[in-house]
Design a protein around this ligand. Sequence first.
Ligand code: PDD
Length: 286
Amino acid sequence: MSQARIVYLNGEFLPFEAAKVSVMDRGFLFADGIYEVSAVLNKTLVDNEAHLARLDRSLGEIGIRNPHTQEEWVGLQEGLVQRNGLTEGLVYMQVTRGVFERDFAFPPQDTAPTVMMFTQAKAIANNPLAERGAKVVTVPDIRWKRRDIKSVALLAQVLAKQEAAKAGVAEAWMVEDGYVTEGSSSTAFIISGTTIVTRPLSTALLPGITRLSVMRLAREEGLRVEERLFSVAEATAADEAFYTSASSFVMPVVAIDGKTIGGGEPGRLTRRLRGLYLDMAGAPAA
Ligand code: PDD
């Protein structure tokens, strides 16, 4: 954990150690809050407008007033990126319902939300895992029924990711009624022939921002994109598979539950989509 960072908390840019939140914060007590993650590449925020729009939507869905305009959010993000000298990595933003004596129902209207942001340096474009391809395991999806909200209540995802870690793989794909919902922190895709398949949006999964851009890029390439449910059996029989997120962009999948996908190497179309996304995000040519 790098302590050299500057973090943002409730109106102030502070040294890491100085940023403290009350034990009565509703994020801490109830996971009563939402978050968002935008990637930074070449000091520039990637797909950021859409991330901030989803932040606004998540807040609205749980009845927290958005404390900032889009412009203010961008100003805070850029302020944090600049203060931390971040070239490549992530900006994390979290808003909770604020600090009040513990009580389940909402605190009074004038309770200020807690706004917290930090940066993480991370090699997203030049990630060696993207060259080798990631392996995934499947786990039951034990989450609540509003997965379209980017809630900080992530215990099910923490347990899913730990199953992946125990199996020595990078990601867990969550499964409900035999169908893949999504990754523990990513959107799941498979490719058969030249058709890309991903689950349609609903309350069963997060509306991935990277998902949307990748679908657009795929269609611009003349590839067919089908939004429909797919089973674990269909995924393991697919020609290619990958997952998307702000923290991985397009990550090739080379094995699911120990079964090799394609030839066990990142697929041709997956590589193409990763390249197109990197171009869009403004990555320097490798
Ligand atoms: N997670 N599904 C889930 C459950 C996620 O947590 C994420 C992202 C995604 C991909 O969404 P996007 O493309 O908008 O990043 C899908 C972030 C990166 C995280 O929790 O760190």
